[in-house]
Design a binder for this molecule. Structure first.
Ligand code: NAP
Length: 261
C-alpha cells in the first residue's frame, strides 16, 4: 500500500524551498523518494536544505533564481530536465504578501505580488508541463493557494486576487492537461507560523484570535502540509485533478461567532 505514495525515481521541483512551508515540503518530497530540486533566491539557505536532505539519505539539487526573472525560470527548468532527464512534479509554493488599504495602494505593489504569486507559477508550471508532456509519463502540478483564495481580507486585495487567480489557473491547466495524464491541484493552507505572517504573530492577541476562529483551536505546523502534498504528488491521487484541498484546521468550513449560541 505504501507504494502508492512512493515518489521513487521521480523528479520534483519546488519553489520557496529555502524556508517557511516550502522547506518541510521539500524535505517531504525527498523523503518520499523524489530527487528534489530546490528553488528560491537565497542560495545559502537552499544549500542548507539540500545538505539536510542528502544527510537523511535523499537526493536534492539547488536551483537559485528570482521568480521575477522569466528567463531564469525557463532556462533553469530546461537545464534541470536535461541534467536529470525528467520532471514529474512541479510544486509552486513561493509567495509574497503585502498589507495595503485599497484606496491607498500603489500599482507597483499589486504587480509585484501578481508577478511572484501568479505569473511565476504559470511560467514554472508551463515549462514543467512541457517536459512532462514530452516525457509521456504524465505529471503533477501542485500550486499553493490560501484560505484567501476563497474569502476576502481587508488590506490584502492584491494577495487575495493572486490566490484566487491560482485556483482559476490550476483548474484551467487541469482541464487542458488531463489528456496527458498531468494533474493540477491546489493546496490551500489556513494559518501557519512562518515569515509571511511575522507581522501578525507579534501583535498581542493575534495567535489566540486565529485559534478562536479555527475549529481545531490552533495554528497549523508547516510539516502538516506534507501528507497532502505527497498524496497529490503520488499515484495515490491518480484520478484527482482541478481540486482545492484546504489544510486549515477547518477554518473554511465553519462559521464562528464571538458569542456562544
Ligand atoms: P515565507 O515563509 O515568507 O516563504 C516564502 C518563500 O518564497 C521563501 O522560500 C522565499 O525564498 C520564496 N520567494 C519569495 N519571493 C521569491 C522570489 N522573487 N523568487 C524566488 N523565491 C521567492 O512564506 P510561506 O508561509 O512559506 O508561504 C508559502 C506559500 O504558502 C505562499 O504561496 C503563501 O502565500 C502560502 N500560504 C501561506 C500561509 C501561511 O500561513 N504561512 C497561509 C496560506 C497560504 P527566498 O527569500 O530565499 O527567495
Amino acid at each position: 500500500m505504501l507504494e502508492l505514495f512512493s515518489l521513487k525515481d521521480k523528479v520534483a521541483i519546488i519553489t520557496g524551498a529555502s524556508r517557511g512551508l516550502g522547506r518541510p515540503m521539500a524535505k517531504g518530497l525527498a523523503a518520499a523518494g523524489a530527487h528534489t530540486v530546490l528553488v528560491a533566491r537565497d542560495a545559502a539557505k537552499l544549500a542548507e536544505v539540500r545538505d539536510e536532505i542528502i544527510a537523511a539519505g535523499g537526493q536534492a539539487t539547488v536551483l537559485p533564481l528570482d521568480l521575477m526573472d522569466e528567463g531564469a525560470i525557463r532556462s533553469g527548468v530546461r537545464r534541470i530536465a536535461g541534467e536529470l532527464g525528467r520532471i514529474d512534479i512541479s510544486v509552486n509554493n513561493a509567495g509574497i504578501i503585502n498589507w495595503q488599504p485599497v484606496l491607498d495602494s500603489d500599482l507597483e505593489d499589486f504587480e509585484r505580488i501578481m508577478e511572484v504569486n501568479v505569473k511565476a507559477t504559470f511560467i514554472m508550471a508551463q515549462e514543467c508541463a512541457a517536459v512532462m508532456r514530452a516525457g509521456g509519463r504524465g505529471g503533477r502540478i501542485i500550486n499553493l493557494g490560501s484560505l484567501l483564495s476563497t474569502v476576502g481580507r481587508a488590506r490584502l486585495h492584491a494577495y487575495c486576487a493572486s490566490k484566487s487567480a491560482i485556483v482559476g489557473l490550476t483548474r484551467a491547466m487541469a482541464a487542458e492537461l488531463g489528456r496527458d495524464n498531468i494533474t493540477a491541484n491546489v493546496i490551500a493552507p489556513g494559518y501557519f507560523v512562518t515569515d509571511i505572517n511575522a507581522s501578525l504573530t507579534g501583535r498581542p492577541g493575534y495567535i489566540e484570535a486565529v485559534n478562536g476562529v479555527t475549529p481545531m483551536e490552533r495554528w497549523g505546523r508547516p510539516e502538516e502540509l506534507v501528507g497532502t502534498l505527497i498524496y497529490l504528488a503520488s499515484a495515490a491521487s491518480g484520478f484527482v485533478t482541478g481540486q482545492v484541498i484546504n489544510v486549515d484546521g477547518g477554518i473554511q468550513s465553519s462559521f464562528t461567532f464571538q458569542l456562544a449560541a
